[in-house]
Design a protein around this ligand. Structure first.
Ligand code: UT7
Length: 331
C-alpha cells in the first residue's frame, strides 16, 4: 500500500496596499536606495496602516483568497494553523479568530511561533497530522504584521521588514506527491542577536522600556547574516544529498526572503541556476512567516506536478531548516 503523503493542493496570498519604497525610507532615516538594494535586494515593502488591524487581518485575507480561487468549503477544514511571530494579542489565539472569520466553523486552531521559520515548521506539523491520517484538510497560514514591532527611526531594521500573509491547504496524497523529507534545527544562542526584548514574560513592559524603545526589534545584522548564510546552505545541501537530488533534479529553491545575498549563497552551495530560485524580496522585503507562501502564490502558475521543491529558512531563536516536497498539481 502506498504511504499517504501530505500535499499542498491550493495557495492564497494577501499584501496590504500601502507601498513603502526605498525612496520614502530615504526621507525617514539616514539610508539610500543603492545601499538597501545592494545589501538586501529590497526595493519596497507593504505596510498594513489601518489602526486596529493585526496579523489576523492578513491571515484572513490570504485564506479568503485561497477559498475564492478554489471554491473550498471552509466548513470542511479540520485544522487552521496560523504561523506568526506577531500575534494580534497576548492570551487570545490569533488562529481561533482567523478560523471563525473565514467560516471554518468545524476546525480547531492554534498559533505556531518559530520566528522566520514559523511557516517551515508549520509545514512539518501540518504534514505530520495528514500523514497520521488524523485530519484531511489543514489550512496553514503564515501572516506577520512586522510593522507593529519595528522602529522607523532605526535604519538597521526598518529597511528590511514588511507585512503580508499567505495560505496553503494540505491534503492527503496517495500518488507520492507532497512532503518527502525534512531537516529542522534550532539553537538558543541566537536570542541574543535578534529579539524584541520588552513586552514578553521575561521582561514585561515598563514605562522606561517603552520610552527607550526596547519593545522594538533589535538585530545584530552581521552575526545573524553569518549564521544564516552557513546554516541555510548546510541544511539545503544535506537534504539534497540524503534524497539523492542534484541541481538538475531540483525544479525550485523556495527560500525565506530575508536577504538576497543569503538566498544567493544558498543557491550557490546547491549549484542552482538563478532561474530555479524563487525571489520576490524586491517587492515585499522580509515578511517573516509569510515569505514562503507569498513565493508559492507568485510562482504558482509556473509550478508543475512532480516538481522537486527545496524549502529553506533561517530566523530568530535561532531556528532553521529545509524541507523537500514534490509539487502535486498543475494550475
Ligand atoms: O529573517 C530573520 C533573519 N534575519 C536575517 O537573515 C538578516 C541577516 N542580516 C542581514 O541581512 C544584514 O546583516 C543587514 C541587511 C541587516 C545589514 O547588512 P550588512 O552588510 O551586514 O551591513 P552591516 O550591519 O555590517 O553595516 C555595514 C555599514 C555600517 O557602517 P560602518 O560601521 O561600516 O561605517 C552600518 O552602520 O552600513 C551601515 N548601515 C547602513 N547604511 C545605510 C547599516 N544600515 C544601513 C542603512 N543604510 N539602512
Amino acid at each position: 500500500m502506498t504511504k499517504i503523503k501530505a500535499a499542498i493542493t491550493a495557495v492564497g496570498a494577501y499584501v496590504p496596499e500601502y507601498v513603502l519604497t526605498n525612496q520614502i525610507l530615504e526621507t525617514m532615516v539616514d539610508t539610500n536606495d543603492e545601499w538597501i538594494t545592494t545589501r538586501t535586494g529590497i526595493k519596497e515593502r507593504r505596510i498594513l496602516k489601518e489602526p486596529g488591524k493585526g496579523s489576523s487581518f492578513l491571515a484572513i485575507e490570504a485564506a479568503k483568497n485561497l477559498i475564492e480561487k478554489t471554491g473550498l468549503d471552509p466548513k470542511t477544514i479540520d485544522l487552521v494553523i496560523v504561523s506568526t511571530a506577531t500575534p494580534d494579542m497576548k492570551a487570545a489565539t490569533t488562529s481561533a479568530y482567523t478560523a471563525t472569520q473565514i467560516g471554518a466553523t468545524n476546525a480547531f486552531s492554534f498559533d505556531l511561533e518559530a520566528a522566520c521559520s514559523s511557516f517551515l515548521f508549520g509545514m512539518s506539523v501540518a504534514s505530520s497530522y495528514i500523514e497520521s491520517g488524523r485530519y484531511k484538510k489543514i489550512l496553514l497560514i503564515g501572516a506577520d504584521k512586522n510593522s507593529s514591532m519595528i522602529n522607523y527611526e532605526d535604519r538597521a531594521t526598518c529597511i528590511i521588514f514588511g507585512d503580508g500573509g499567505g495560505a496553503v491547504l494540505f491534503e492527503p496524497n496517495a500518488e507520492g506527491f507532497g512532503l518527502q523529507d525534512e531537516f529542522l534545527k534550532s539553537d538558543g544562542i541566537g536570542r541574543e542577536f535578534l529579539h524584541a526584548k520588552y513586552g514578553g514574560s521575561a521582561y514585561p513592559m515598563t514605562k522606561e522600556a517603552l520610552e527607550a524603545g526596547e519593545h522594538y526589534v533589535f538585530q545584530d545584522g552581521r552575526t545573524v547574516f553569518k549564521n544564516a548564510v552557513s546554516s541555510m546552505a548546510d541544511v539545503s545541501v544535506k537534504i539534497m544529498d540524503r534524497n539523492n537530488l542534484n541541481k538538475d533534479k531540483i525544479a525550485w529553491l523556495v527560500a525565506h526572503q530575508a536577504n538576497k545575498r543569503i538566498i544567493d549563497a544558498t543557491a550557490d552551495r546547491m549549484e542552482l541556476n538563478r532561474d530555479k530560485v524563487m525571489m520576490n524580496i524586491d517587492r515585499y522585503g522580509n515578511t517573516t512567516s509569510a515569505t514562503i507562501p507569498l513565493l508559492l502564490s507568485d510562482y504558482e502558475s509556473k509550478l508543475k506536478q512532480g516538481d522537486n521543491l527545496i524549502f529553506a529558512s533561517f530566523g530568530g531563536g535561532f531556528t532553521w531548516g529545509a524541507i523537500y516536497l514534490k509539487w502535486a498539481y498543475n494550475s
